[in-house]
Ligand binder design. Structure first.
Ligand code: IPE
Ligand code: IPE
Ligand code: MG
Length: 216
């Protein structure tokens, strides 16, 4: 899984508006998906927009959602041809009904594909996910004594995704920022100062090499 961070600084250092960094960041997604595909990675989850990111200035939030809609429109057919199965991780309520519909269509179209499972976490927060799970457990009246980790997991947004083996964060910050907090209990982390738009083949190789040298 990847915390795609550093778009804003990438742009600022070039004297460009932050949104240009986000645009470059979305361009990078295609490259990274195909690079990880070549390594035979079956599950890739990308953190694209957190529940906390709503606190950003309105024009940036709107721009991010516009970009997301464009990526879905532009990439879905091609991903489908490449047998990629798309998933959304997060809350669909709160985002515009039009965008939510496009997301659902892309997920539906690709649901039987047998290649990589590409999950996009947007409007995602780990604490919100745990709370949503607790809420549905309570509403179903699950007896407290019956609850265990396997049952709890089924109420998360990702019941059919394996826990990530490796979580990469680009952009230099060394924190989790509320990403997959339950699922990452035993994940390896790899932090790189490289900004997300510059995270390419060489960086991927470095990250996978570092992971392969960890004692699991
Ligand atoms: C990551 O880039 C993209 C999102 C969080 C949507 P940032 O926008 O956080 O870039 P920096 O961290 O400000 O450089
Ligand atoms: C994490 O990046 C969220 C995403 C990459 C979508 P942020 O830039 O939002 O995280 P903080 O604010 O530095 O913790
Ligand atoms: Mg950031």
């Amino acid at each position: 899984a990847i915390i795609m961070d550093g778009n804003g600084r990438w742009a600022q250092e070039r004297g460009l508006p932050r949104l240009e960094g986000h645009r470059q960041g979305t361009e990078n997604i295609r490259r990274v998906v195909s690079a990880f595909g070549k390594y035979g990675i079956k599950y890739l989850t990308l953190f694209a927009f957190s529940t906390e990111n709503w606190n950003r200035p309105r024009p940036e939030v709107n721009g991010l959602f516009r970009l997301l809609a464009q990526v879905i429109d532009r990439e879905t057919e091609d991903l489908h041809r490449r047998e990629v199965r798309l998933k959304h991780v997060g809350r669909l309520d709160g985002i515009s009904p039009r965008l939510a519909k496009r997301v659902k269509q892309a997920v539906e179209l690709t649901k039987d594909n047998t290649g990589m499972t590409l999950s996009v976490a947007f409007n995602y927060g780990g604490r919100a996910e745990v709370l949503d799970a607790v809420r549905s457990l309570l509403s179903r009246g699950i007896p407290p004594a019956d609850l265990d980790e396997d049952i709890f997991r089924r109420y998360l947004y990702t019941p059919d995704l394996p826990d990530p083996d490796l979580i990469i964060r680009t952009g230099g910050e060394v924190r989790v920022s509320n990403f997959l907090i339950w699922q990452a209990a035993y994940s390896e982390y790899y932090f790189t100062p490289t900004y997300w738009p510059d995270f390419g083949d060489e960086e991927i190789e470095k990250a996978l090499l570092a992971y392969s040298q960890r004692q699991r």
